[in-house]
Design a protein around this ligand. Structure first.
Ligand code: 13P
Length: 296
């Protein structure tokens, strides 16, 4: 069933768990996300990032994912990820998205408040939930670049807990994306997460669901500590896409050659990618459940 971003995160808040928010830029990833939610009984968030418009345009993926979520027995939120253009958010909302992440983290604080507040009004009109970001992770969402490294290398600015309280009250957001040491893309070395940032924010805004971006590549013990400190949604993309790419690479390498050339069929690659996404998503959904029982 199509579930609002705010409601799916309050399920997580009630159960001291986090919901996996998987960026699904292909049918294989969408299919795997839905199958995992239905088979495990845990909710899932399927995301389309504005930066992936060139990979799969919103006008194709949007109606498909909303329809699939509506038909599913599992709680599924369809969320627009890292939206910087309110007219793009408007398009997603009119297609039926049940959540929007408006990302004004690169703007001066007052402008971030202004645009995030406008996003809140738009979401309220459609009954959708709103996520906003405060602080900066430095690296941008995209997936195909070599961004990543460490938070320091990416030029991250941790979320200021006092400002977070003001930001939440001024904007009317439902959930808050925080910068506390994660980065988008591939980590070059161990990520160093500052859990005190999360604890300080939750002290100032009790029970506010917090969001970890740059969630893929973090250790299972890192996820657990973050969840226990108030993370309720974990964005997961890069490493899942990388593992699926490696699975496809294996299929190609295993093909017999004819006249020195590998014969590769596209459908074999989509099946390998689907199976890889399925394994990856099943693992993270179970880890993010943090011991909670299935909630479906
Ligand atoms: P990763 O690049 O770590 O997968 O993060 C994805 C993300 O945060 C999407 O918003």
């Amino acid at each position: 069933m199509l579930t609002n971003l705010r409601d799916i995160c309050s399920i997580a808040e009630q159960n001291n768990m986090a919901i996996a928010a998987v960026n699904s830029a292909s049918l294989e990833a969408v299919r795997a996300a839905i199958d995992v939610a239905e088979e495990t009984g845990y909710p899932i968030i399927i995301q389309h990032a504005e930066a992936h418009e060139g990979v799969v345009p919103l006008k194709y993926i949007g109606p498909a994912v909303v329809d699939l979520a509506e038909r599913s027995s599992a709680h599924i939120c369809i969320n627009l990820d890292h939206c910087e253009d309110l007219s793009y958010a408007q398009r997603a909302l009119s297609l039926g998205f049940s959540g929007v992440m408006f990302d004004g983290s690169c703007l001066p604080y007052e402008e971030n408040v202004e645009y995030s507040s406008r996003a809140a009004e738009m979401c309220a009109e459609y009954g959708a939930g709103l996520e906003c970001e405060l602080g900066s992770m430095g690296s941008r969402e995209g997936g195909e670049s070599d961004e990543g490294g460490t938070a320091e290398q990416a030029g991250a600015i941790y979320t200021n807990p006092d400002q977070a309280k003001d930001f939440v009250n001024a904007t009317g957001l439902d959930i808050l994306a925080c910068s506390f040491g994660t980065v988008h893309g591939i980590y070059k070395g161990e990520p160093h997460l500052n859990f005190d940032v999360l604890t300080d924010i939750r002290d100032r805004v009790p029970h506010l669901p917090l969001v970890m971006h740059g969630g893929s590549g973090v250790s299972d013990s890192g996820y657990k500590k973050a969840i226990d400190a108030g993370i309720r949604k974990i964005n997961y993309y890069t490493y899942g896409a990388k593992y699926a790419g490696e699975a496809v690479e294996k299929v190609i390498a295993g093909r017999q050659t004819e006249g020195g050339k590998h014969i590769v069929y596209w459908h074999d690659m989509t099946v390998a990618a689907y199976e890889s996404f399925l394994n990856t998503f099943e693992h993270v959904v179970k880890v993010f459940a943090n011991g909670a029982r299935p909630v479906a």
